[in-house]
Design a protein around this ligand. Structure first.
Ligand code: AMP
Length: 552
């Protein structure tokens, strides 16, 4: 066959992969599936996917009346709730771009990203009224601020002009709306990275990337979401689209439970039990709170059987407690904002079935296997590919149809240069990959500790420390050393009422790590600095320890 000959084309329909197709499908085929929300107003709200789709159509008419054009950005400052779901589908489905904003960011950063995205409308939950009033004068592109509540909850007086009431707008709008068809590569939603250094950068997802990610993430090897599930995403809808669950749960026909702002152990446990939750998703800190509440009160889960934990390394002690004491299967997942976010998920292969529990657990603790659609490799400092032997660590690079190719340019058009290296996205993580393809993160590149030219995996050290019963939280950072360049120091928060000395902590590492990985010091603190997504901020910790001198 010569290269000049055109390929024989397939004879299949050409239907664009659009976000509106998910809710149209769900309303038609799983229309009776419930969406239950704990509202910030304090009560519970329940309706069906069919109701959600009808209200999303009304909302699309509201956007049209507000003259939001295709491609224009619409911001949200909102918890996980049914009105946020309506926005997910109405904004993207109508051709505009849903810009979810992390309300835990500093108000200056929020104002920065609203301006960078040039948001035309800003929808917000009641909780964020003071925040919106504070930033509104600094957000000139926003034509109207919409309070996501009813008339009864509107403030009597407000100093922000153009304050609208969500329910009034919905009531006045018609359901007569036909979801438009357009190019599947069109932008659908926008999420800024948490930006620990410099300004946050925008990942601009397309309809195609979102639908493909939703398909792949629902697969058995990934999150395995099915119609018999009751799914409660604790992971917020303002951070990487709640790991795609607002899409994958609907296409799978499952029941969705949205926890609003009440994310403490007690509120979550009560909601899990009341609604029969079978599957959930969140960062490790959330599970620490929930698990502590359940164990301290001698409780058990009646229906909760599976959870995905990601966003930061899942401490092995937490995984063991969930599996062994509470009967909850843990899927360890890795990804990032730039990856929509799912990249890998943990799980066992058929050949692992008869392994002893401890060997199986060692596999489950890894960040897992790439899901179909994600390709990955590890490279050295010079970009040469490294072997998949489970020992050699290198910079982790990824590629695939739901991974960014560049950052969103915003009003300046500045896309931060070419972010890819020979077509691969550098994740900024350092990892090993074993012969079976299981990836394990050892560090963030910028958190890596290099002692005498050798890398020390701080996550391993932290995981071991967290297995000590007196340790609540631990972070390992590199500090300057005159001979070795850097040496590890372990910073520990003790559990309330527990006693633990430096020597006891160090002895705990004996036989568990290589000698040169042994922390040179252990420092006890009351709390570790965390960022807007609940992760420990090691750059701030390093800053705090800038003038620290190693003992001796
Ligand atoms: P974000 O874009 O805020 O979601 O952060 C992405 C980063 O979080 C990744 O590049 C990793 O450094 C870290 N991360 C996410 N999931 C995991 C995990 N399971 N284990 C270790 N680090 C993780």
């Amino acid at each position: 066959m010569t290269n000049l000959q055109p390929p024989l084309m397939g004879a299949m329909m050409d239907q664009p992969l659009l976000i509106s197709s998910i809710i149209r499908f769900a309303a038609r085929h799983y229309g009776g599936s419930e969406i239950v929300s704990r509202r910030v107003e304090g009560d519970m709200h329940r309706y069906t996917v069919r109701d959600c789709e009808a209200r999303a159509r009304r909302l699309a008419n509201v956007l049209r009346a507000q003259q939001v054009a295709p491609g224009e950005r619409v911001g949200t400052l909102a918890w996980n709730g049914y009105r946020h779901m309506e926005l997910y589908y109405a904004v993207s489905g109508s051709g505009a771009v849903l810009h979810t904003i992390n309300p835990r960011l500093h108000p200056d950063q929020i104002a920065y990203i609203v301006n960078h995205a040039e948001d035309q409308l800003l929808f917000f939950d009641l909780t964020f009224l003071p925040l919106v009033e504070a930033i509104a004068p600094r957000c000139p592109t926003v034509k109207a601020f919409v309070l996501m509540s009813d008339r009864a909850h509107m403030p009597a007086a407000s100093n922000s002009a153009n304050l609208l009431c969500y329910e009034d707008l919905i009531d006045a709008a018609s359901t007569d709306y036909a979801w438009p068809e357009f190019d599947e590569h069109a932008a659908a939603s926008l999420c800024y990275t948490s930006g620990t250094t410099g300004n946050p950068k925008g990942a601009l997802y397309s309809h195609r990337s979102t639908v493909l990610h939703a398909y792949a993430s629902a697969m058995p090897n990934a999150l395995n979401v099915g119609a018999a599930d009751v799914v409660l995403p604790v992971v917020p809808m303002f951070h990487v689209n709640a790991w795609g669950l607002p899409y994958s749960v609907l296409l799978a026909g499952a029941k969705l439970v949205l926890p609003g702002a009440a994310l403490d152990g007690k509120s979550l446990y009560e909601l899990f039990e009341a609604e029969g939750v079978t599957f959930s998703a969140g960062v490790p800190t959330v599970w620490l709170g929930l698990v502590n509440y359940v164990l301290q009160n001698g409780l058990a889960f009646s229906t909760f059987r599976r959870t995905v934990i990601g966003g930061a390394a899942c401490p092995p002690a937490l995984m063991d407690t969930l599996i062994d004491r509470l009967g909850v299967k843990v899927i360890h997942a890795w990804g990032m904002t730039e990856m929509s976010p799912l990249g890998t998920t943990g799980g066992l292969l058929a050949k692992h079935r008869d392994l002893p529990v401890e060997s199986q657990r060692a596999i489950l603790r890894k960040q897992g296997h790439a899901i179909f659609g994600v390709d990955m490799k590890i490279v050295d400092d010079g970009g040469c590919e490294l072997p998949w032997d489970g020992r050699t660590f290198g910079h982790l690079l990824v590629r695939g149809p739901w991974i960014v190719s560049r950052y969103f340019g915003g009003n300046s058009g500045d896309e931060g240069g070419d972010v890819l290296q020979d077509g691969w996205f550098p994740t900024g993580d350092v990892a090993t990959i074993d012969a079976d393809g299981f990836m394990q993160i050892t560090d963030r590149s910028k958190d890596v500790i290099k002692s005498g030219g050798e890398w020390i995996g701080s996550i391993d050290i932290e995981n071991i420390a967290m297995a000590h019963p007196a340790v609540l939280q631990a972070a390992c950072i590199g500090v300057h050393h005159p001979k070795w360049d850097e040496r590890p120091v372990l910073v520990v928060v003790r559990r309330p009422g527990a006693s633990l000395t430096r020597e006891e902590m160090l002895r705990f590492f004996d036989g568990r790590i290589a000698k040169f990985w042994m922390p040179d010091d252990v420092v006890f603190v009351d709390a570790l600095p965390t960022g807007a997504t609940g992760k420990i901020q090691k750059n701030r910790l390093r800053e705090q320890f800038r003038d620290y001198r190693l003992p001796g």
